[in-house]
Design a binder for this molecule. Structure first.
Ligand code: ZN
Length: 280
């Protein structure tokens, strides 16, 4: 299933994308797509609904993040070798974890707001994992059982605030609008192999990132397992699994976002995001 939330920010309604790519209204069946929806039982009850029995949604409404009530966003740093290299940093021996404030979440096509004083805002296309059942100290072999589905994410990052203002990264990761998620939550049964997905990003029509999740240093199962050793992952929690090479920080000369820039990014089978950059 491809689950979505549509409508104005803060007032989204649940929906799903049917086999023909049309948006259907799920609000007749559930109030919202949140943590309770993501359990195996919750998803199975949605699967029992025939999409064609749901009303079609007219027009092209704004999409919000496909899950409401996300309690935390865990980022993974330097999880692609070529990206660690372009950042001038060592490939980590153990996953580097950081937190992204949940207030940064946005819809897939919402504008990216450059915060006042920002000179180094950068892009990062990433595969996002969405937790479906509580994960606490889970072994690698069982870790993916806790994943409800996958999304495209842009881990927007202000590099000066991330790297030049103290020893941890969170200042540059959690600004409002720095967490576009979606367009869809694609349930895990429709992603045959999360380690075989192409992911790409274009700036003003020029391809900047073009990678494969096959090149992750630590795969999805390992990321869930390791993260769950340090903190309990709740249904709806998001893990951002890292970005391949091609970010602005790694270019010579470096290139950061300016008002008027347009980003387009996507992952095989998970849809495409499009963001306009504006002064915040
Ligand atoms: Zn990232």
């Amino acid at each position: 299933m491809k689950l979505v939330r549509y409508g104005s920010s803060g007032r989204e309604k649940p929906g799903l994308i049917d086999g023909e790519g049309r948006l259907r209204d799920l609000s007749v069946a559930i109030e919202d797509i949140g943590p309770a929806t993501l359990s195996p039982q919750g998803l199975n009850s949605l699967r029992s609904i025939a999409p064609e029995s749901l009303p079609r949604v007219k027009g092209r409404p704004r999409l919000g993040p496909p899950v409401a009530g996300i309690s935390k966003i865990v980022g993974v740093g330097l999880n692609y070798r070529d990206h660690a290299k372009e950042a001038g940093l060592a490939v980590p021996q153990e996953p580097i974890l950081f937190m992204k404030a949940t207030t940064c979440l946005g819809g897939p096509d919402d504008p990216i707001l450059l915060p006042p004083g920002s000179a180094k805002t950068d892009w990062e296309v990433e595969l996002a994992l969405v937790i479906g059942t509580t994960a606490r100290r889970v072994p690698v072999a069982r870790a993916l059982e806790h994943v409800a589905g996958y999304c495209v994410a842009n881990d927007v990052s202000e590099r000066e605030w991330q790297l030049e203002r103290g020893s941890q990264w969170d200042k540059g990761k959690g600004c409002d609008s720095f967490g576009p998620l979606g367009p869809w939550l694609v349930t895990a049964d429709e992603v045959a192999d999360p380690q075989a997905l192409r992911l790409w990003l274009e700036l003003n029509g020029e391809r900047m990132q073009d990678g494969s999740t096959a090149d992750m240093v630590f795969g999805c199962a390992e990321l869930v397992s390791v993260t769950s050793a340090y903190m309990t992952l709740l249904p709806g929690d998001v893990i951002l699994s890292g970005t391949p090479a091609g970010v602005g920080l790694g270019r010579r000369p470096q290139r950061f976002l300016r008002p008027g820039d347009r980003l387009r990014l996507g992952i095989d089978g998970l849809g495409v995001q499009e963001q306009q950059v504006t002064a915040g």
